[in-house]
Ligand binder design. Sequence first.
Ligand code: MN
Length: 426
Amino acid sequence: MLIVHTADTHIGAFTNRPLRFANVDAFGEIADFVVENDIKYFIVAGDFFERPRIDNYELLRRVYRILRVLRDNGVFTITVPGSHDASVRRADILTLLGEAGLVHIPHYEEASSRLVLHPLRLGDLVFYGLPGLKNNLEIDYLRGHRVVFKNIEEYRDKKIVLVAHTSVKFAGYDPSVYSYRYGKGVIADEEILQAIPSKINYVALGHIHFPTPLFDEAELNIAYPGSPIGRDASDLYETHLLRKEHGKDRRFLVLDLSGDKPVARSIWRNFNVIVEYYKDYYKGYDTLVSEVRRIVRDMGEGYRVLILEIEGLKPEDKNKILQTLREYEVNYKTLIHLRTSSRTSVSEALSIDLSDVTDIEELEKTAIAEAIKKLGLKIDPEKIQELISILGERKPEEARKDDFYEALFIRIKPLLEEILGVFEQR
Ligand SMILES: [Mn+2]
C-alpha cells in the first residue's frame, strides 16, 4: 500500500518571474512518478496553490491536465487547504477542483469551539484532513484537545492517514534548527501531537518548506516532505543549503503502509532548479554587473536562480543595481535575488530570542517590546500592537476595497500620529 506525499507546491508563486512554471512542472514530475509506479494515493498536504485564486490560465490548464491524468489512472489525489490557498467562504480554486472530483478534500467544520474532522474513505484507506487555519488557529484546537476525529472508532481494521497543514516539532526534530526563519514563526511543541489519536497510522505534514527530518529511508509515522520548489528567495537559498551543506536536495516521500510501522523513502529531485550563490564585498557597480553576467552565462539549462550576497553595498548605488539586475533577470531568464549585508545587519541587531514563547500574542508583545528597546524608541508597545492588529485585518469578501481601506486608514491615522508624535508639531 504505497502513498506519495508532497506538500507546499505553491503553484502560482514567482508570478512574472523566470520560475513561474517551475512549481507546476515539479508537481507534474511527481505526478508522473505516481502514475509510472502505479501508486494509488497522492497527498498534497496543503498550500497546493500560492493564493486562493489563480488568474494565469496557462498554469491552471496545466494543473487540470495533470490532475485529470492522475484521476484517469485511478489515483486518488488528497489535499487540505493550507494557509495560502484557503478562503473562508471557500471561494478558491481548490474548492472548485474538489467539486470537479479532481482532488479529494476531507470535510471539516468549526462548530461550537471545536474543529470537527470528517473521515474520507478512499479505496482501502481512511483520510482525515487538518487545514491550515488563519493565525495558526489549528494549533490552538490541537492544544486544547478540541479536534474531533469523527467516527474514528468505526475504522478499527483500516489504515488511517491524517493530512495536516501545521507547524509542529516532533520526535526531537525542530525545523528551526535547519532554518533560522522558522524560529521566528510559531512552531508548536510536540505535546500537541497527543491530541492526535494513536489509531492514526501516518501524519502527512505540510507547512514547513524545509524537508524535515532528512533521511533516505526511515521508519516513522510523521514527516514534512518539504516544498518541491518553494515560493520565495529564502526557499531557493535553502535549496542551495540542502545541496551544499546537507548533501541532499528537494524531495517527495514514498510511504509504504503495508507493515506495522510506515516506512518512508525520500525521492531526491533537483526539479530542474539550478541555484548559484555568490558572495563578495562590493567593488563597484561595473565589477558587480560584469561578475553577474559571467555567472549567468556559465549556468546550465533549467530554472536558473542566482542569489547574490554583497557586503558593503553603497546605498546610493542600490537602485541602479536593482534595475540592472531586473533587466538581466529577463534577458538571461534567471531569477536574480540580491541579499544585502546592510539588511542582514539590521535584522541581526533586531533578532530576539523567542524560543520560550509559544503563545502568538505573547510572542508579538515580547518582540515589540524588545525591538522598541533596541531601537531606543519611546513608544507605548501596546500602540504598536494595536496598529499591527488593525493592519492584519482582512477585507471581508463582500466589502468594497475602497470602503475597507478608507475605514482602515481612519482608524490607523490617530495611532500613527501618536506613534510618530506628529500631532505635537502642528
Ligand atoms: Mn507553504
